[in-house]
Design a protein. Structure first.
Length: 287
């Protein structure tokens, strides 16, 4: 049996992000604070990341400034809060290729990266489109795809084709095609041999209301920012829920500011949140 401690680590945030970006149809409903986070999965013999954030330089910084991202901290600083260094990360699962999830691969020199083939290839295709299609690239740093190609040349890129059971013991991947992005994927962590499952939703769920509904009636509301189909986002919501017995709290939205109110959490001296979703047997709490 392999169990994983799960920590959601904030590395930056946007103080005023349009609510319409996280909830489809929420126009003229103001702004919210949007944390930028990644996830650490740690077992007794593996250290895995889900996404890696962005690098605070070049076009990554330009995009961050465009979206109003502040208080960025490097992975060495952020990961140290849970006793991890970037060098010990063996594998990284990329949920999708937006800059705030895939832009910081250089800080993880020993990791192998796992991304859906359709996510990688379709963003390359999107970059070839004429300028009238530039909206598709609103959160893409083309240099990230170049860095991914370098990973491939060095044998450090795994292109996943659809759902994948058992990428590692207790870790499964699920494709949500043509949804938030071309080939977004989400991660299931099967702690306690599947009796304590967790879904790491990437950006298929930004906020609690995506699954609970505006009024808490359980009506799914797709995310606002999407290059794919709203129908596919709804279907992905149902699939994530069905994989955890429709227990909504087990589908973790890493951009959700209120996550700290539902799980053990603390604030670092840099003013960033650490949320402890699960703690493996024998592991010390980091909050």
């Amino acid at each position: 049996m392999t169990d994983y401690s799960i920590w959601v680590l904030e590395y930056a945030y946007v103080n005023k992000y349009p609510k319409s970006g996280v909830l489809y149809g929420a126009h003229n409903q103001g702004t919210i604070k949007l944390p930028y986070c990644y996830v650490v999965l740690k077992s007794d013999d593996r250290t895995i990341m889900v996404d890696v954030g962005y690098n605070f330089k070049e076009y990554g910084k330009t995009l961050a400034d465009k979206f109003g991202v502040v208080n960025w901290r490097d992975p060495t600083t952020v990961l140290s809060e849970v006793g991890v260094s970037p060098e010990e990360v063996t594998d990284v699962i990329i949920t999708h290729a937006h800059f705030d999830h895939f832009g910081n691969v250089e800080d993880f020199p020993n990791a192998r990266f796992h991304i859906q083939e359709s996510e990688f290839s379709k963003w390359l295709w999107a970059l070839t489109l004429p300028k009238q299609f530039n909206w598709l690239q609103v959160a893409i740093d083309p240099a990230d795809l170049l860095r991914a190609s370098e990973l491939a040349v060095n044998g450090r890129l795994n292109l996943v084709d659809g759902d994948l059971d058992g990428l590692f013991p207790g870790i499964d991947l699920f494709l949500a095609s043509d949804s938030h992005t071309f080939g977004s994927q989400f991660v299931r962590v099967n702690n306690s041999e599947g009796q304590d499952p967790w879904i790491l939703a990437g950006d298929l769920r930004y906020t609690f209301e995506n699954l609970t509904g505006y009024t808490g009636d359980g009506t799914y509301v797709p995310v606002g920012l999407a290059s794919g189909s709203q129908l596919n986002l709804l279907l992905a919501s149902e699939r994530m829920m069905s994989l955890v017995g429709h227990e909504e709290r087990r589908v973790i939205p890493i951009h959700e500011e209120r996550l700290k109110d539902h799980f053990p959490a603390r604030e670092t001296k840099e003013g960033l949140q650490i949320v402890e979703v699960a703690l493996a047997p024998g592991h010390d709490s980091r909050v």
